[in-house]
Design a protein around this ligand. Sequence first.
Ligand code: KG4
Ligand code: ZN
Length: 344
Amino acid sequence: MIVLGIETSCDETGLAVYDTRRGLSAHALYSQADIHTDFGGVVPELASRDHVRRIIPLAGEVLAEAGLAVPDLDAVAYTAGPGLVGALLTGAAVGQGLAWALDCPALGVHHMEAHLLAPMLEPRPPVMPFVALLVSGGHTQLVAVERPGVYRLLGETVDDAAGEAFDKTAQLLGLGYPGGPAIAAAAAQGRPGRYAFPRPMTRRPGLDFSFSGLKTAARQALAEQGGDWQTRADIACSFEQAVVETLVIKAQRALARVEQGRLVVAGGVGANACLRAALRELPGVELHFPRLEFCTDNGAMIAYTGAMRLAAGAATERAVRAYPRWPLTELAPFELTAPSERVQ
Ligand code: KG4
Ligand code: ZN
């Protein structure tokens, strides 16, 4: 089955082709970061309008790269939520329109399930069950993944998501958008340990997160110390250290809670080099990441997730619907196509 995947939940237009027999055939991404950088965050209406401009040319690009024509597609998968409603609707409308024209099925995919399954695209995919640390711009969650579609929420943020904290703190420090890579770059020039920022909610039991206090701590440090470059780099460094250590403590606690040693890290903050390095230090943990470009939003994870669910017989509908809020725990279980059934 050859599936076109469309990701438009936020500020990245991602297109990809996944073939259940051959694996990932092609993928392409257009990042809108330049459009939103002056605003310090994503402007939803600008995001929707730009997706409209990008989807069709990118679809043409991935089909050409895969050596396919539009009629070769067997199905279309698009992100149906969670995300920005206008942005989601652009992908849903194009996906459903294309499927209607081709008289083939179209499936709305859950964006966070797709993040969670992104490491399955790697040469040594994780075996379920595992614990997933999902850290993106909109979500910070620890999830017990029992089998495909069966996800138990162990903990989540009570305020800002980890990526959101990076973005807001970067804006505060005048480092631009998206904040994650900007903070990481500034932190590399910073002196570690200059500020004793908190590790929120790590002293009491539980697996929830809170990141809004860290942003406030960074704001206070900036107000007290002034805004020269070295101070801002030092703040970025201590901030990154605090987020990373907090995530590592909670991930380790989640593994202990479910008596598991297998950890999957996915979502944009999973691209953070310090986080990756710190998690690699954990003893007895089998660690899985998607490749860097599949940590942040992309079409490949949508094409893959859609293809797996469609191959397992997921019900589809001919309607343009988007779900800005959509709990991961509401999904239906399904069977993954075994890797042996694919031609590698
Ligand atoms: O998964 P993603 O691309 O989009 C959402 O689903 O939200 O995640 C985007 C988030 C942004 O907040 C961005 O600042 C953060 O991921 N991010 C990073 C890094 N790269 C992206 N955070 C820390 N370090 C990075 N290297
Ligand atoms: Zn995402």
